[in-house]
Design a protein around this ligand. Structure first.
Ligand code: B1M
Length: 220
């Protein structure tokens, strides 16, 4: 069902066409499609295609920029419905979230933020290109339960280790848990840098954050 719509969504990202993206995202909402499905089955395959073609030298930086902007437009339309569908009422805990220093990729982090908020976490977004000291400061000042570190570049992944080390030096570990994510990140990397866990996608990030604060979702 909805395969033609998902295919059009994919193509609209490849074309870097925000107007079509917005119209398709609105169609999905009007049809009652789960916004996360629209992202994962519609728009995300388009972003991944652009990323692959860029990696192969078949697409160029402007394509990457336009694909990214188009994806942001999709998330902006779908985000309110994702939040609305969140059922949690009580706070599950405080999460400080950001993309590490040197890295300006924000789309995945925004999705993780939306899903965590919708699930009942208080989330403080530090934005992108965030130095380790900012995570330490915010972790301390906001009495964070979890600090979430996003990194999309192999060159900025070591920034996640830097934050873990800075939190340890500041005496915030192991009380403050650290979760990491981003396309090049893995369970093995998380273990290697002493983080408490790795979330493969936004849904996995929510499950992990719940586990880290001892509030796993119970099967109904
Ligand atoms: Co960039 N970029 N980019 N880029 N970009 C990648 C990452 C790349 C893989 C493309 C490629 O070459 N194939 C490549 C990295 C290669 C590498 O390191 N091995 C790359 C490169 C090289 C670059 C530049 C260096 C290009 C240049 O300037 N020459 C440059 C770096 C800038 C910088 O950060 N300093 C750059 C710039 C950009 C844009 C600004 C143009 C744009 C970002 C726009 C924006 O964010 N506002 C962009 C884009 C769009 C991409 C791709 C195509 C898509 C990223 C994205 O938004 N994905 C990307 C290729 C790809 O990933 N397929 C690429 C969609 C998003 C929903 O997924 O971010 O993976 P993702 O998030 C997921 C999960 O990873 C996870 O959950 C999310 C939801 O499912 N997750 C977490 C993410 N964070 C998490 C945190 C968690 C838990 C889960 O816990 C805390």
């Amino acid at each position: 069902m909805h395969e033609a719509l998902f295919a059009a969504m994919r193509q609209s990202i490849i074309d870097g066409d925000p107007e079509t993206v917005i119209s398709l995202a609105r169609q999905a909402l009007a049809l009652g499609i789960d916004p996360l499905d629209a992202i994962n089955r519609g728009f995300l395959p388009g972003v991944n295609h652009v990323g692959e073609q860029y990696g192969l030298g078949e697409m160029f930086l402007p394509d990457l920029v336009m694909g990214g902007e188009a994806m942001k437009a999709a998330v902006a339309i779908l985000e309110p419905e994702m939040r609305r569908r969140g059922t949690a009422r009580e706070s599950l805990g405080t999460v400080v979230l950001g993309t590490v220093k040197g890295d300006i990729h924000e789309i995945g982090k925004t999705l993780v933020l939306t899903m965590l908020s919708a699930s009942g976490f208080q989330v403080h977004d530090l934005g992108v290109d965030v130095p380790a000291e900012r995570f330490v400061e915010a972790g301390h000042d906001l009495a964070a339960d979890v600090i979430g570190l996003s990194a999309l570049l192999t060159t900025t992944m070591p920034g996640q280790r830097t934050v873990v080390e800075a939190l340890t030096r500041a005496g915030l570990r192991p009380r403050v848990k650290v979760m990491v994510g981003g396309a090049p990140v893995s369970h093995a990397w998380a273990a290697d840098i002493g983080a408490d866990g790795y979330g493969e996608d936004a849904a996995a990030a929510v499950a992990l954050a719940r586990r880290l604060v001892g509030r796993e979702a119970t099967a109904r």
